[in-house]
Write a protein of this length. Structure first.
Length: 95
């Protein structure tokens, strides 16, 4: 899709509005042409500074602590629903 030059913001806004379906279809097509990335892929390729890596580890520990605290207060039925939802989300993320 070729995006024209615009003489004003109003003209540009009107063009994007009028062509939104084509733009969305083009984005979807381009996304399906390339392999999908997930957060684990991105982080595994990233060259993080030691400080950034430490912050990510701290964040992961904090999230795990929060999850464990909530899980400890759940009934068995609530825990089963939460586990099922976690598996469903994990399957979507892996795609």
């Amino acid at each position: 899709m070729k995006i024209p030059k615009f003489s004003s913001e109003a003209e540009e806004a009107a063009w994007w509005y009028d062509h939104r379906a084509e733009v969305e279809a083009d984005i979807r097509r381009r996304m399906s042409d390339k392999p999908r990335l997930n957060l684990a892929d991105v982080l595994s390729r990233a060259e993080l500074s030691p400080a950034a890596n430490d912050r990510l580890e701290d964040l992961a520990e904090s999230v795990a602590d929060h999850i464990n605290e909530r899980a400890a207060r759940m009934t068995p039925a609530e825990r089963a629903r939460a586990d099922a939802e976690t598996r469903r989300i994990a399957a979507r993320v892996r795609r």
